[in-house]
Design a protein around this ligand. Structure first.
Ligand SMILES: Cc1ncc(COP(=O)(O)O)c(C=O)c1O
Length: 386
């Protein structure tokens, strides 16, 4: 794509957000691109007028979505990608599927979203597995701290690639290399990275990765992916069964069955086809613009945002001002301010953001220019009385 076509104007024209809103909340739920809204509307119309007459075409869209996701993740094969309900479901497949014994250790961080904490805590109660939550804040080298917490009893390192509250992006290649050498399963909650920055399951030697579609993938809620290597998925016992997860899918008269060799074994029944139409349109857009371009813009914007925030009196960024530790999230605190109430006032004035990690989280996306960030910080200063 040429520079001209890659202009901000071109990006903006793909979205139809209300101009009265400053929408800095992609790390929560992102607005849909125009083409996503159109794909879902078209699919609704087709359902109303023709039902599932053309179901084989729908299956083609589903296959295309898997291929697009495999491309985005740099997965070796479409067979490594399952479509699932959400991140939590995929994490549950890992937690409930691995063969645990009392005393096994799981290493994670103390900043994880509840989806990537509760599944492991549930195992601690059930099997006597030890969950070690490594403190990330204030660590000069957070990856080294995670590695240091792994011992010979460690079976799994379960980490978010980007922390939902602080916005900290970890060096996955370094962690993956360590896990591979130490024979530890590497499980990555990728929801705050995929679509925002580059995410490469192969280069990072990831065994399990998962994300829902409604954040940086710009899709609807309730449809996500679960990536597994063949060895990783073979290590998981299954706990969801149905007609769709068998090798010979569609052969309803056949009485013998085995789980599909592919990641389809994690898709027990009918797919979320309306979500598939929406997510396929969104991921196509991301691939057209190029994830490297998107990543570069998001990281530049995060650095810019920290700069302008920190020139505002009393504002201190929680997010680290380091391009390799940033993605699309910038969180900050303001001295002497009730951040929960401030967020509500900002929302009333059309600045959509979140109250996370004890501060305010801004999460713009690549199609929003720096001018919008300037406006947001001006409005923040006004509302916070700075
Ligand atoms: C790091 C992280 N994981 C998971 C989720 C959501 O999980 P699910 O897709 O199961 O709703 C969020 C949502 O904020 C998140 O930030």
């Amino acid at each position: 794509m040429g520079d001209q076509a890659f202009s901000l104007h071109r990006w903006e024209s793909e979205f139809s957000l209300d101009p009265a809103l400053l929408y800095l909340n992609h790390a929560a739920v992102a607005p849909w691109p125009r083409r996503t809204a159109a794909a879902v509307a078209e699919f609704a119309k087709e359902n109303a007028t023709r039902g599932a007459t053309d179901y084989p075409r729908w299956l083609g869209t589903e296959l295309r979505l898997k291929q697009q996701l495999a491309n985005l993740l740099n997965a070796p094969s479409i067979d490594d990608v399952a479509l699932v309900k959400n991140t939590s479901e995929a994490l549950s497949f890992v937690a409930a599927g691995l063969p645990w014994k009392t005393g096994d250790r799981i290493v994670t961080s103390d900043e994880e979203f509840p989806s990537n904490r509760i599944v492991w805590e549930a195992l601690a109660t059930k099997f006597g597995v030890e969950v070690v939550r490594v403190t990330l804040a204030g660590q000069e080298d957070p990856e080294a701290a995670l590695i240091a917490a792994c011992n010979e009893r460690t079976q799994l390192l379960a980490i978010s690639s980007v922390q939902y509250a602080s916005g900290l992006r970890l060096d996955l290649q370094r962690l993956g290399q360590f896990c591979s050498e130490a024979d530890i399963w590497f499980c990555v909650d990728a929801i705050q990275s995929v679509g925002a920055v580059t995410f490469d399951v192969t280069a990072s030697q990831i065994d399990f990765a998962m994300a829902d579609g409604h954040k940086w993938l710009l899709g609807p809620e309730g449809l996500g992916f679960f990536y597994t290597t063949p060895a990783a998925r073979n290590a998981l016992s299954l706990f969801e069964y149905g007609w769709h997860m068998v090798e010979h899918v569609g052969d309803y008269d056949r009485l013998d069955w085995t789980p599909a060799r592919s990641a389809r074994r994690f898709e027990c029944g009918s797919p979320n086809m309306v979500g598939t139409y929406g997510l396929a349109a969104s991921v196509k857009l991301l691939l057209e613009f190029g994830i490297e371009n998107i990543a570069r813009t998001n990281i530049e914007n995060s650095l810019y945002l920290i700069d302008i925030l920190e020139t505002t009196p009393k504002v201190k960024a929680i997010s680290r001002k380091n391009p390799s530790a940033l993605a699309g999230i910038v969180t900050f605190k303001i001295e002497g301010v009730d951040h929960g109430k401030l967020r509500e006032r900002l929302q009333q004035r059309g600045l959509v953001c979140a109250y996370r990690g004890g501060g305010i989280r801004f999460s713009p996306d690549f199609y929003q220019g720096k001018e919008m960030l300037d406006r947001a910080v001006r409005l923040l200063a006004e509302e916070a009385g700075l």
